[in-house]
Write a protein that binds this ligand. Sequence first.
Ligand SMILES: Nc1ncnc2c1ncn2[C@@H]1O[C@H](COP(=O)(O)OP(=O)(O)OP(=O)(O)O)[C@@H](O)[C@H]1O
Length: 364
Amino acid sequence: MAVLTLSFQGIRNLASARLNLSPGVNVFYGDNGAGKTSVLEAIHLLAMARSFKLARTRTVVSHELEELLVTGELGDGSRLGVRRTQKGQVQIRLNGESLASLAQLVHLMPVQLIHSDSFALLEGSPGDRRQFLDWGVFHQTVAFHEDWQRLQKSLKNRNSLLRSGRIERSQLAVWEREYIEAAERIDGYRKQYLEGFVPCFHDVLNQLVSLPELRIHYYRGWDRQKPLNEVLEQQRDRDMKLGYTQSGPQRADMRIKVNKVNAADELSRGQQKLVVCALKIAQSLYLQRQQNQPTVFLIDDLPAELDHHHIQRLGALMETLQSQVFMTCVDPAPLKTFWKHPDQVRMFHVEHGEIGSEMAFGDP
Ligand SMILES: Nc1ncnc2c1ncn2[C@@H]1O[C@H](COP(=O)(O)OP(=O)(O)OP(=O)(O)O)[C@@H](O)[C@H]1O
């Protein structure tokens, strides 16, 4: 859901502000250290009650203040507010009422983030790709969250039994049954999600860059040929020595390869960025088609690594999404010329933490 007005105070170097936003594209430009990324953090805080990374969340409250406050008026007229203290206490309110869970907040305003860490989708660990995959599954399948919690609980209990060294077979059997059931359901949700998502991804990728050899391979976290109960049985002794469970959905991966080589090892930095953008855009398009739920995009330094031609392609694609987009850049020039609907684009100049008067292209 789009944020139509955004107010914040106590975020890093940003002066308190109230911004009228476009439901389409919003560009924040300015010099290094001006506070552009901090504006994206403000929106991320509103949507997720935290910054992009745990480490960043710890430092997000301004040095001079005890707490931060971000509030927004959303497209459906509701008012959302997030307060966070230096000590990490969080309060989330929707229309004046406290929200019971973070999951409720995350469903309200799905956010896709594209920034320098997003390259981890290609060059990072399987955990980075699982997180991406599960974002889509979480929004598509209501039951996923509950099954994920069941999986975590049974896995934790199995692992602590394995570590205790005194294995009570009947107790282990109870947790293994629970673990296998949750694992198979999660694997099923992920497979079903990828069946719809992968063609959508290739469509988007083709609009950005020609990489006909690129493929996504799903690994479910245990041997494709064997049922999980058999795998657990075979690995039990080794699992005991290691003190953890080697196989299951917590080891799944979504490998992205070009000519059978990891995309991160084959593609240029710019091509990698286009693949990352295609993955995130496709995920949002797919969510939009399946659930009629638009995503908010946060793109830090959109032009970095891209030539003018690809910036234009990406901009044109962003414009066609029914999503609200926030992007930052140092030099706004490459982002000024090509919009098909300039009345939907607003530009904000950020200077020493102050957000300058906003300008829409339609303005005189
Ligand atoms: N807790 C804090 N309190 C006050 N100022 C902070 C705090 N944390 C960071 N800063 C400062 O706030 C500024 C925020 O920078 P930000 O990352 O938003 O800049 P940017 O415009 O995105 O820059 P770049 O183009 O270099 O990425 C930096 O100058 C930083 O030193």
